[in-house]
Design a binder for this molecule. Structure first.
Ligand code: SF4
Ligand code: SF4
Length: 438
């Protein structure tokens, strides 16, 4: 899932977007680990015989065109894989040199690199610190939950190696956030995961990405069967609700959980800023090690290839009709069930790659996480309304924590003043002893 950017509006002639985001995979799908749920390892099959190394002249061409095409004052290079550090440090030294060479005066260039953390050493971390790289570290929770699926090529656990990488990042004061996938193994342990990340990893930025993995031999987004590693909608919803209930009572303003931030933006009437919850997509692409450009990181498949950088200008591929249609399809394929949903304004049907279900009235295209999204977004509605109104009044949304403390104290006071046979103050119509007094 990718940070979203503005796409062009439809017109007779497709126009180039002012900005767009590309995930660059300089070593393609090559990785030193063998995480069992990884959607990208199978992409190796697309390039039989390849060395899977982005050539220096291709990197230069990409850097030049990527910077030239962005009509905004800041540009971010996003490095991903596979494991991008397997390119070696010299490749990234060259990358930052080229960025300086082609950067327009006054333009800020940022780098974000996603890593499994197991290859890091002092040299890498010094480099990241010196050049201000933002590191995304993949970590699925405490040892037993992390090691359930994140294993090396020999099937061995990786937790200790990741924690060693984390220690290096901290020692060198490298900016990092944690990306945690939510899957069958850790979905039932939301607070264990959250408290581990908050109290032991001590990260202030967290992302929780649901694993929805098709069970097929191609590795493409086809077929409706999912693997048993995938998280169900209910599990994902319950996971997010448990996290939210802890966060909203004690961590607002000091821990940033991506989906909570995105939700607040939506409650404020702003763009969610995350492609899966945008109305349309198509502004977050992926480039393979050989210059092949694809519509999205999750659709690196021949039918979604836009062309190759050595044959077509980058901006033409990004602004192509094919890409525009890819982005619009997200909205156009939305079933009526979603169009009439009370939380559509924030959900927008989620990512098309996860739309494997039929709606209750038999329409295809319902997100497999729907039950979870709906429960979660409805659950957070009162708190989001409060935080949004605080924000609009120029006060910190973190005031929600005092508000809830007062509300809960009042609730306890009311409960304590009632007899067991009185009506429950929650409005259920039941006696207290059969409801909240139980
Ligand atoms: S298909 Fe669209 S919503 Fe899903 S990850 Fe790709 S760009 Fe984002
Ligand atoms: S919660 Fe479900 S019904 Fe509502 S917009 Fe999201 S996927 Fe569609």
């Amino acid at each position: 899932m990718n940070a979203s950017v503005s796409m062009p509006t439809a017109g007779a002639q497709t126009i180039a977007p002012a900005a767009f985001h590309i995930m660059l995979k300089p070593r393609g799908a090559i990785c030193n680990l063998d995480c069992t749920y990884c959607y990208f390892l199978s992409k190796e099959m697309l390039y039989p015989g390849s060395r899977f190394r982005m050539a220096a002249d291709l990197l230069e061409e990409y850097t030049r065109q990527y910077i030239e095409a962005q009509r905004v004052p800041e540009v971010t290079f996003a490095w991903q894989g596979g494991e991008p550090t397997l390119m070696g440090l010299d490749f990234f030294r060259l990358a930052v040199e080229l960025q300086q060479k082609y950067r327009r005066p006054g333009m800020a260039v940022h780098n974000a690199l996603q890593t499994n953390g197991t290859t890091l050493d002092d040299d890498w971390c010094r480099f990241f610190r010196e050049h201000g790289f933002l590191i995304g570290l993949s970590l699925d929770g405490p040892r037993s939950l992390h090691d359930a699926y994140r294993v090396d090529k020999g099937g061995n656990p990786t937790f200790d190696a990741v924690m060693a990488g984390l220690a290096l990042l901290r020692r060198h004061d490298v900016e990092f956030n944690v990306l945690t996938t939510v899957h069958a193994a850790n979905a039932g342990h939301p607070l264990e995961v959250y408290r581990f990340l908050r109290d032991e990893v001590r990260t202030a930025f967290m992302q929780f990405i649901p694993i929805v993995e098709r069970d097929n031999d191609t590795g493409f987004q086809e077929g409706e069967r999912l693997t048993d590693r995938s998280v169900t909608g209910r599990q994902y919803g319950d996971f997010l609700i448990a996290l939210f209930d802890e966060w909203v009572r004690r961590d607002v303003g000091r821990v940033y959980v991506q989906i909570f931030d995105v939700s607040l933006a939506a409650w404020l009437g702003q763009s969610p800023g995350l492609c899966i919850f945008e109305e349309t997509c198509g502004g977050a692409l992926a480039m393979e090690h050989n210059g092949d450009l694809f519509s999205c990181d999750h659709f690196v498949e021949p039918r979604h290839k836009l062309g190759n950088l050595l044959e077509l200008p980058l901006i033409d591929m990004v602004a192509s009709e094919q890409q525009r249609q890819f982005g619009l399809a997200k909205r156009e394929a939305l079933p009526r069930y979603c169009r009439e949903c009370e939380v559509r304004f924030v959900c927008n049907g989620g990512c098309p790659k996860d739309r494997t279900l039929q709606t209750p009235d038999g329409e295809p295209g319902l997100n497999v996480l729907c039950a979870g999204y709906r429960a979660f977004f409805n659950h957070i509605d009162p708190a989001m309304r409060f935080m949004a109104s605080e924000w609009q009044a120029g006060r910190p949304p973190a005031n929600i924590m005092d508000h809830l403390t007062r509300q809960e104290a009042e609730w306890q006071r009311r409960l304590a003043s009632l007899g067991r046979n009185d009506s429950c103050p929650c409005g259920s119509g039941l006696k207290l002893k059969r409801c909240h007094g139980r």
